[in-house]
Design a protein around this ligand. Structure first.
Ligand SMILES: *Cc1c(COP(=O)(O)O)cnc(C)c1O
Length: 398
């Protein structure tokens, strides 16, 4: 067999600033941790690190749930892990769909042979508490309510607290997607009594993609361990996975991604050193500065102010501007990655992320400078560095 000569003698990625919907910028400290020597995934020293990693995850999820650990795989695997373990064939699941990720939850229910009842909200709007209440009342046999806290496809934030309370009043368990929420806005698993929750390493935790923190409370574990039919997925069956992740057993299930876990441990240490509240405040401050900058040059935000995600900013593409061409120039000339709109929003918005390590004043300024230059060439009036000045004013005010 003939093999083409490799294009790269070794792959050296370009240095980008990642301000899209994920992955986000990874701090050098996390990358350095990941470059340390690989050891066995059952090595006693590794096991000590795993225990601390679980403890750090409990802190970021604000929970005392014993069953809190990272599943090996991206956020989508965290999503599947929740659905395959908690949904049994025939279970009715109320799913809130106000964006692309709510749509994926519906897919998960269908594939686990549950029966989805979909509560629709407009893209850009939060999940409607009133509609969920109507759906719960109309479906007394529903077993689970599922929704996305931070919809990365639309930039809208929903309030989990009243939604989870309503679900419990109607005897439902809850599955909450906090992939983009975790680390960027408050996620309070115990205070809100969320039953099952999943996240991803590469958004506001500032780690490379590939790990999905999850947490299950006792009610969720009871459902997962007493179900009549076995979980369809061997890999994600909690009953088997916990043989590895429980402190009492620690037997081989699959080979854990050792170096990726060093990275998550380091990223969580950094978050703990900063403090969660300080991290939430940092996301908000940089978001306000970014929005002030965009508004100063006449751009508008897609999501109404009270529901905006600080970590994912949906900027409306001005009339007559070619969305993809702007994104292309930002990447080619400024090494700046921002996201495109998904689905019906394709071509209509940019998704500008301020996730984790990317939520810094220098990124806000770099982004506004780059946009101003490219949009100026596209005919938008960006006179006199107004975007940057407006952002600096917000940052200096604290
Ligand atoms: C990114 C994301 C996911 C999926 O995570 P992957 O790591 O891409 O699999 C799920 N839900 C939301 C809200 C997300 O933003």
């Amino acid at each position: 067999m003939k093999v083409d000569r490799p294009q790269f003698s070794s792959f050296e990625p370009p240095l980008r600033t990642l301000m899209g919907p994920g992955p986000s910028d990874v701090p050098p400290r996390v990358l350095q941790a990941m470059a340390r020597p690989t050891i066995g995934h059952l090595d006693p020293e590794f096991v000590r690190m795993m225990e601390e990693l679980k403890q750090l995850l409990r802190y970021v999820f604000q929970t005392t749930n014993e069953i809190t650990f990272p599943v090996s795989g991206p956020g989508s695997v965290g999503m599947e892990a929740c659905f395959v373990n908690l949904v049994e064939p025939g279970d009715k699941v109320i799913v809130c769909r106000n964006g692309a990720f709510g749509g994926r939850m519906v897919e998960n229910v269908v594939r686990t042979r549950g029966v989805p009842v979909v509560v629709e909200d407009d893209w850009g709007a939060p999940v409607s508490i009133g509609k969920v209440e109507v759906a719960l009342a109309a479906n007394p046999d529903a077993r689970i309510l599922a929704f996305v806290q931070a919809e990365t496809s639309t930039g809208a934030l929903s309030d989990p607290d009243p939604l989870v309370a309503l679900a419990h009043e109607h005897g439902c368990l809850t599955i909450v997607d906090t992939v983009t929420a975790l680390g960027g806005v408050p996620v309070k698993v115990d205070a809100w009594q969320i039953d099952a929750v999943y996240a991803g390493s590469q958004k506001c935790l500032s780690c490379p993609p590939g790990l999905a923190p999850v947490s299950f409370n006792e009610r969720a574990m009871e459902k997962a361990t007493t179900r009549k039919s076995p979980c369809q997925s061997w890999f994600m069956d909690l009953n088997l996975l916990l043989g590895y992740w429980s402190s009492s057993t620690r037997t081989y299930h699959h080979t854990a991604p050792v170096n990726a876990l060093y990275g998550l441990h380091e990223a969580l240490l950094m978050l703990q050193e900063e403090g969660l509240e300080a991290a939430w405040a940092r996301h908000l401050r940089n978001h306000r500065a970014l929005v002030a900058g965009f508004e100063a040059i006449g751009l508008t935000m897609f999501v109404a102010e009270p529901h905006r995600l600080p970590q994912l900013n949906m900027v409306v593409v001005p009339e007559g501007v070619d969305e993809a061409a702007v994104r292309g120039r930002l990447l080619a000339e400024f090494d700046l990655e921002v996201g495109a709109g998904l689905g019906a929003l394709a071509g209509k918005v940019w998704r500008v992320g301020l996730m984790g390590y990317a939520a810094r004043p220098e990124n806000v300024v770099k982004c506004l400078r780059a946009f101003s230059e490219v949009l100026g060439d596209a005919g938008v009036d960006v006179a006199g560095h107004e975007a940057e000045k407006a952002a600096q004013a917000v940052l200096q005010a604290g």
